[in-house]
Design a protein around this ligand. Sequence first.
Ligand code: OSB
Ligand code: MG
Length: 364
Amino acid sequence: MGRRVDLFLVEMELVSAFEISSGVTERRQCVIVRVEDDGLVGWGEAPADSQPFYSYETSETAFYILREFLAKPLIESKSPEDFLRRVQNVRGHQMAKAGAEMALWDLEAKRNGIPLWKLLGGVREEIESGVSVGIQRDVSELLRLIASYLDEGYRRVKLKIKPGWDLEVLRAVRRDYPELALQVDANAAYKLQDWPTLRKLDSYDLLMLEQPLDFDDLLDHSVLARMIRTPICLDESIKKPEDAYKAYRLGSCSIINVKPARVGGLSNAKLIHDFCNGVGMPIWIGGMLETGIGRGHLVAAATLPNVRFPNDISASRRYYEEDLVEPPWELSDGKIMAPSSPGIGVEVLEERLRKRSLKHFSIS
Ligand code: OSB
Ligand code: MG
């Protein structure tokens, strides 16, 4: 029996719109990758959105790159490493590659009959969940939301900020929650000249300031890091292991938000993890509003030893009324259990997946 690859461009209704400094998402798109081999099925997700407001990749470009350039190598690859070798001449498009590569990781774990997190080298059976809270209409709405997330058990809150939605908002949140584990994410909304504002963040006892400056910058971040006390964490700027090596050498950050999809998959995520572990730079696992499929890969990555902060890995219902997996991802005491069944450890609801698909492509 040969291998079969299916690509699904999916659209999912979010439980509430998610606003960051560069735009709003109401319906989340992504590409789901299904690889079937010898009766086993591996699943991956390319969490590129319909709009290029976080990365240049979109769901349509990911679907196109996967269909035209990655699907055939995926059919022929024996392992995630073999796949990455075959597609190394495809420049960029890390999320598209990650969708395919992660499906191969899931398949390999299922072939071995072990959970993906164990195959990856994970060391913990539960992972800490934080919640990322978008920009709201007003501060009272934000405070209400934070209260409800804390009721659900989240252990850390990340606030999205932008010029005009920053210091005043933080003052209000800190007034109500002086002890809360709190961090902020600017999604590249500031310039180096804004350093006087960014330096004022130092008085709010933040765990970190995520991606304050340009989305592909390393140099200005290294200058800013010397001007403020709040630790800088990079997200958008780290698109492959080489970026992490350079960020370390330049001193652009002291923490990295590793999103497996942003860096081209789990192999690269692990390379960055291992490098950071070696130089004493902590990491944590970020998310991109993934469905339950991509979430399984995030949970697996978050079991790695150098993950030292709570992750942007929330429960299914924080994002979607009806997730694509069974059981949905759930919180218990602010944590998510790493599954004990093979691969990503959850069942994909294929009928629901097909119902949510705008496009489908298949080769074998
Ligand atoms: O910058 O971390 C980000 C979501 C979409 C795109 C970018 C980001 C985010 C989040 C949400 O912060 C993380 C999550 O809960 O999936
Ligand atoms: Mg971010």
